[in-house]
Write a protein that binds this ligand. Structure first.
Ligand code: AMP
Ligand code: GLY
Length: 437
């Protein structure tokens, strides 16, 4: 089976790594990919948002399966585009249609969906540009902190947690009046603040059947002990110790099943991943966000724990036969540490030579933002590498990952040294507690 993966990050490198292990994987293309994916398959200069070019490539290269990594092509309707073209209609594609992708691309749509289908989520109200005064009145009735969310896609930056009413008023005005996040903040969701530990739960669905993949916890802030600005993710671990069987049963009954039923009732063509961003409030899982794709860097710990053939799972997802495919999860713990450029998530420089990659052979080195030049690997993004290790427990996995991280270097490299530490101190019985044995 010839496969095309769209995207260029660590997530797409992890997809390529896992798909290539399948005896069913024929030619593997990554558009546009990075220096890491080029070691596994063939990088092709495709823009994931340029559908006509992608379509032509798929036809002329006999692609049998298209896997969409990032959210933007989904939000722009890549599945709908494939359905409209006679020569692409039959090509299996992993990713929901445009309406399904709205679970991620419109926070207001996601909130309405959750309320309609009785899925637990924080109390909220939505305001558009003509409703600033009502929005300001609503803020006065809330207790702080108050969460403000730009409705649209804002590259992970559209959520502001306001500690005071004054800050919330200022940010609401900036978002609605001054288009702080461009069109994405033409509408703003004002949400109740929830206290608890976050967990990411991943589902693969064909629209009717679903598989619950390993869950993960990611570390979003740039600084140790969760300080400083949000990033795309500085590390992740899987499994998550508090996600025991009892918790996961509640997630399945109160969130996953009603979500799948809701998608069916709305006649959404959802064949792909659902990423549930949950918060555990005293044992009750509550949805903070939906994403219509896998997480990055969560994929870099989720896929190494899946023993089953990913080609079978993804193909089954596109054919509506996921119930006939087996999912086996490895009991080992996995962690990933993301190595970033100095300055990230603000301005940073690119083009530094990365040393030590030849020595780092014990663990998985997923490339996120790299390029190659004359045989050298150079930094080419804010997030540069994600180093994944496995172990019998979380601390073994962490020790192993950090030993590899220590072998790799470039000018201005930065990484968090405390990935997974909060879970280690909460309990060191990760495996005993996990539902994913
Ligand atoms: P999102 O982009 O929706 O994932 O939000 C980014 C981050 O903001 C989340 O990972 C949480 O840490 C935080 N957050 C979002 N909504 C809430 C909420 N209602 N209560 C507390 N924290 C939240
Ligand atoms: N790691 C969070 C995300 O992929 O959105």
């Amino acid at each position: 089976m010839n496969i095309l993966i769209l995207g260029s990050g660590g997530r797409e490198h992890a997809f390529a790594w896992k798909l290539k292990q399948s005896p069913k994987c024929g030619q593997l293309y990554i558009g546009p990919g990075n220096a890491g994916t080029a070691m596994i398959g063939k990088n092709v200069p495709l823009d994931p948002n340029s559908f006509p070019e992608i379509g032509d490539f798929v036809v002329s290269n006999n692609i049998d399966l298209v896997v969409v990594g990032p959210e933007v092509p989904l939000a722009l309707g890549i599945r709908d585009y494939f359905k409209q073209r006679d020569d692409l209609r039959q090509i299996p594609l992993v990713g929901p249609d445009q309406k399904g992708a709205m679970l991620e691309s419109s926070k207001d749509f996601a909130k309405q969906f959750m309320v309609k289908y009785g899925i637990p989520t924080a109390a909220y109200a939505t305001f558009d540009q003509s409703q600033l005064d009502q929005g300001l009145d609503y803020l006065k009735q809330q207790t702080t902190p108050i969460v403000l969310k730009a409705d649209g896609l804002a590259a992970g930056k559209g959520v502001v947690i306001c500690e005071s009413l004054e800050e919330a008023e200022r940010v609401l005005k900036e978002m609605l009046q001054e288009s702080k996040f461009g069109k994405a903040s033409a509408k703003v969701v004002v949400e109740e603040f929830l206290t608890g530990i976050e967990i990411s739960v991943f589902i693969l669905t064909d629209g009717t059947n679903y598989k619950i993949l390993p869950s993960a916890k990611d570390y979003k802030r740039i600084g140790e002990h969760d300080t400083g600005p949000n990033t795309g993710g500085m590390g992740a671990v899987s499994p998550v110790s508090f996600a025991n069987k009892e918790f996961m049963n509640i997630v399945e009954d109160t969130i996953i099943k009603p979500t799948i039923e809701g998608l069916k009732s709305e006649q959404i063509d959802y064949k792909g991943f659902i990423f549930l961003g949950l918060i555990n409030v005293n044992g009750q899982p509550i949805v903070i966000e939906y994403n219509a794709r896998m997480g990055d860097p969560e994929t870099q710990v989720v896929f190494p724990r899946i023993s089953s053939d990913l080609v079978d799972l993804l193909f089954g997802c596109t054919q509506g036969t996921l119930d006939q495919v087996e999912l086996t999860i490895d009991a080992k713990c996995a962690c990933t540490v993301v190595m970033v450029s100095d300055g990230y998530p603000e301005d940073y420089q690119k083009g530094f030579g990365i040393s030590g990659l030849d020595k780092a052979t014990e663990n998985l080195v997923f490339h996120a933002g790299t390029s190659s030049q004359d045989g050298s690997i150079l930094t080419n993004g804010g997030r540069v590498l994600a180093i994944t290790a496995s172990g019998n427990d979380l601390s073994a996995a962490l020790n192993s990952a950090y030993s590899t991280v220590g072998q790799i270097d470039w000018e201005g490299v930065y990484y968090r040294k405390d990935i997974g530490q909060d879970l280690l101190t909460m309990t060191n019985k990760t495996l005993e507690n996990s539902a994913e044995k």
